[in-house]
Write a protein that binds this ligand. Structure first.
Ligand code: PLP
Length: 394
C-alpha cells in the first residue's frame, strides 16, 4: 500500500456529495429514488448571465486573468458589498476565488499553524472542520440543538474561546439548519469577540439572499459590530444566489493583510478563477436581481409545505427555518420506531433503500438524530418524498 500523508488521512470526503452520488447510482440502476440531498438550487442559471459568458468566449476572453480576479469583477463585488451590506472595501481588500469553498480554504491555509483553534458552531457546513484539519488547525465545535434554534449563545462562545483561538466561523443563514442570527444575537457574540483581539472572524454569508423575512434587512456581524471590521472576513459568492454552483466563483472581503496572504495561497494552487465565469459573475452582480426573488418565492412555498408535512409524520419534528433551501428535522423518534435502525446514518440508509428517499444524516453536520432535507427540488418530488417517509413511519 502507498503511504498517504497524515494530513489527508485526517479528513473525510464530503458526506453530502457521497449521498448525492449514491442516489444517482441507484437511479442509474433503475431504482426510483427521490434525491433530497442536493446542495444547489434546482433552477437554471439566468439567461442574461449565460449570455455574458457566451459573449466572453466569443470575444476571446479565455486566458489567465489577475490571480485575485479581474478589476471589473472586483469593482462589481465592491459595489455589491456597498449596496447590500453597507460595507466599504478597496480593491486590495477583495479576493475572488474558485467558489466560496476556496475562499475558506485559502483563509484556513493563510491563518493557521499546528494547534491553532477554530471555533465552529454545530450543526456546521460539512467542509469547515475538514478544511481546518487540512491546514493543521484544530476545530473546536460548539453544539447548538433545536431547543436553541441551532444557534450558539454568547456564553457558549465565551466558554469555547482560548488564547489559541485564531478564527471564529459564523454561517448565517446556515447550511444545514436554515437558521439566521438576528442583529441583537450577533451583537452579543461580538461583545465576546471584543475580549479576544487575536481571533479573526469569518462570516459566511452565502445564503444571504435566501431569507423569508424580507422586511428585515440581512445583517452579518459587521452590521452589528462595525468595530470588528479590521479582523473580519466576509465570505460570499454567486453559487446559491444566482444558481451558479458549477461556475465556481466565490469572493471574500477583509483586511488587506489577510486578503494578500489568501491570494498568495491561491496563486500557488489554482491561480485565477475561470476567466469566463468571472464575466458571468460580474453580470450576475451588476444585472437585474429579480431572478433571486423568483427563486425565493418557490423556496418559501416548498418550505411551508415540507415543514407542515414533516410535522405530521410520527417521530419527526421540524422547526420552520429563516431561509436557505434546507430544513433540518429531528428524527430521533422515527429512528426509535424503525426496527434495525439505531442512528441517523442507518436511517438515511434505510430511507434510501426502503423508501426511495435520499437525505443527509445530521451527524455529517455534527448533530446526531437529525437529517438535512434539501427543498431544491420540485413540489411534486417533495410531496412524493413526504408520502414515502410517512408510509415507512407507519
Ligand atoms: N458556504 C456554505 C455555507 C455552503 O453551503 C457552501 C456550499 O455548499 C459554500 C460555502 C461554498 O459554495 P461554493 O464553493 O459552491 O461557492
Amino acid at each position: 500500500t502507498i503511504k498517504l500523508s497524515a494530513r489527508v488521512q485526517a479528513v473525510k470526503p464530503s458526506a453530502t456529495l457521497a449521498i448525492t452520488a449514491r442516489a444517482k447510482e441507484l437511479k442509474a440502476a433503475g431504482k426510483d429514488v427521490i434525491g433530497l440531498g442536493a446542495g444547489e438550487p434546482d433552477f437554471d442559471t439566468p439567461d442574461h448571465i449565460k449570455q455574458a459568458a457566451i459573449a466572453a468566449i466569443n470575444e476571446g476572453f479565455t486566458k489567465y486573468t489577475a490571480v485575485d480576479g479581474t478589476p471589473e469583477l472586483k469593482r462589481a463585488v465592491i459595489a455589491k458589498f456597498q449596496r447590500d451590506n453597507g460595507l466599504d472595501y478597496q480593491p486590495d481588500q477583495i479576493l475572488v476565488s474558485c467558489g466560496g469553498k476556496q475562499s475558506f480554504y485559502n483563509l484556513a491555509q493563510a491563518l493557521l499553524d499546528p494547534g491553532d483553534e477554530v471555533v465552529i458552531p454545530a450543526p456546521y457546513w460539512v467542509s469547515y472542520p475538514d478544511m481546518v484539519l487540512l491546514a493543521g488547525g484544530k476545530p473546536v465545535i460548539v453544539d447548538a440543538g433545536a431547543e436553541q434554534r441551532f444557534k450558539i449563545t454568547a456564553e457558549q462562545l465565551r466558554a469555547a474561546m482560548t488564547e489559541r483561538t485564531r478564527l471564529v466561523v459564523i454561517n448565517s443563514p446556515s447550511n444545514p439548519t436554515g437558521m439566521a442570527y438576528g442583529k441583537a444575537e450577533l451583537a452579543a457574540l461580538g461583545e465576546v469577540l471584543r475580549d479576544y483581539p487575536n481571533a479573526l472572524i469569518a462570516t459566511d454569508d452565502m445564503y444571504e439572499h435566501i431569507r423569508w423575512d424580507t422586511a428585515t434587512p440581512f445583517a452579518n456581524i459587521l452590521n452589528a459590530c462595525p468595530d470588528l471590521t479590521d479582523r473580519t472576513l466576509v465570505l460570499n459568492g454567486v453559487s446559491k444566489a444566482y444558481s451558479m454552483t458549477g461556475w465556481r466563483i466565490g469572493y471574500a472581503g477583509g483586511p488587506a493583510e489577510v486578503i494578500k496572504a489568501m491570494k498568495k495561497v491561491q496563486s500557488q494552487s489554482t491561480s485565477n478563477p475561470t476567466s469566463i465565469s468571472q464575466v458571468a459573475a460580474q453580470a450576475a452582480l451588476e444585472g437585474p436581481q429579480d431572478c433571486i426573488g423568483e427563486m425565493l418565492t418557490a423556496f418559501k412555498e416548498r418550505h411551508d409545505f415540507v415543514v407542515e408535512a414533516l410535522n405530521v409524520i410520527p417521530g419527526v419534528r421540524c422547526l420552520p427555518t429563516d431561509g436557505t433551501f434546507y430544513v433540518f428535522p429531528e428524527v430521533s423518534g422515527l429512528i426509535d420506531r424503525l426496527d434495525g435502525v439505531g442512528n441517523d446514518l442507518e436511517l438515511a440508509e434505510y430511507l434510501i433503500e426502503q423508501a426511495g428517499v435520499a437525505l443527509v444524516p445530521g451527524s455529517a453536520f455534527g448533530l446526531d438524530g437529525c437529517a438535512r432535507i434539501s427543498i431544491a427540488t420540485s413540489r411534486d418530488n417533495l410531496e412524493q418524498a413526504m408520502q414515502r417517509i410517512a408510509a415507512v413511519a407507519g
